[in-house]
Ligand binder design. Structure first.
Ligand code: UDP
Ligand code: MG
Length: 311
């Protein structure tokens, strides 16, 4: 099969029939063999009914329904697990992403050798204050921290080689960082394509301004996990040792000054500061040690992604 299209959706019943007929048109024009995996993230409207109807009239349409709303990342993760096509395309259900981009994305993966191609909504049809401006800032920091030169990390329209989606796990709110997760998993050939973006015609946006706060926390945890996730001691041990040594050195000086009768310990701010550094250092060191013990017992401590294996 050429293409699997994975569509996470939450309360999008009005958009779905339009989206499906548009996808069909593009797939037939380009002679692709395809499947469409619609993951209903616990919709409360009649989205699931629409998916059942689509499935009954065309078996290329498949559906998974969550019992409740788990979020876009969870929906993508389940879609990825079901996908079988050589190229996997993800897109939003709200008609903001255009299926006309699919043939070009497909060829960038199959003939230009990209592992992942991310859409770039260069001209964006969303509210300026709530989305466009914060999102520029968000993309800038993510670019800086991850070293991946993309303009629009969070674009719903993306294309992947099948390998990639089978090797990564998307959870929590991590759908904003799939390129970062993919790079971390060893897929560094990441491309970008300017895509056509449209106004939302039906329904309302599902993400408020809170996504930026959560987004930054997720970015920090993802960067931290990729650098130190398997060796917590490298971070905590280093910072802890520095703090301990600085504190200990200062403490020695303070004690010598006290012996020479220059200062009184209870009145000296330096005494308390050096004690604080010693204690914080010891605690950080202990945190690193506990982290190492947890890693040692983790079931994934020896799981690696193997690219090739000659036997
Ligand atoms: N979505 C989802 N689960 C959620 C929230 C959103 O599956 O909990 C889907 C939603 O139906 C849409 C896509 O994720 O297909 C992007 O959501 P939305 O269009 O609201 O985001 P925006 O374009 O406003 O950033
Ligand atoms: Mg949208």
């Amino acid at each position: 099969m050429d293409i699997s299209i994975v569509i996470p959706l939450y309360n999008e019943d009005e958009s779905l029939p339009h989206l499906a007929s548009w996808i069909d048109r593009v797939m037939i024009q380009n002679n692709f063999s395809y499947e469409v995996i619609m993951v209903d993230d616990g919709s409360k409207d009649s989205s699931w009914k629409v998916i059942e109807n689509l499935h009954n009239s065309n078996p290329a349409y498949k559906g998974v329904k969550f019992r409740r709303n788990y979020g876009k990342s969870a929906a993508l993760n389940v879609g990825f697990a079901h996908a079988q096509g050589d190229v996997v395309i993800t897109m939003d259900a709200d008609l903001q992403d255009s299926p006309d981009e699919i043939p070009e994305l497909y060829s960038m993966i199959t003939s230009q050798g990209f592992d992942l191609v991310s859409g770039w909504k260069k001209k964006r049809y969303d509210s300026k204050l709530a989305k466009n401006i914060p999102s520029k800032f968000f993309n800038w920091t993510t670019r800086l921290m991850s070293g991946i030169r993309l303009h629009d990390f969070n674009c719903g329209l993306k294309a992947y080689r099948l390998d990639v989606v089978k090797s990564i796990e998307v959870y929590g709110e991590m759908h904003r960082f799939i390129p970062v997760i993919a790079k971390w998993a060893g897929f560094s050939n990441i491309g970008e394509k300017v895509v056509h973006h449209r106004k939302r015609e039906f329904g309302v946006t599902k993400f408020g301004i809170s996504r930026f706060v959560n987004g930054y926390l997720d970015l920090i945890s993802i960067m931290f996990m990729s650098r130190f996730g398997k060796q917590p001691m490298h971070f905590f041990g280093f910072v802890g040792s520095c703090s301990f040594l600085m504190g200990f050195g200062a403490l020695l000086v303070v004690c010598i000054l006290r012996l020479l009768g220059r200062i009184s310990l209870t009145n000296s701010v330096w005494f308390y500061m050096s004690m604080l550094f010693v204690v914080i250092g010891a605690m950080l060191f202990l945190a690193g040690f506990l982290g190492e013990l947890i890693c040692r017992n983790s079931p994934t401590r020896n799981s690696y992604l193997i690219e090739k294996d000659l036997q």
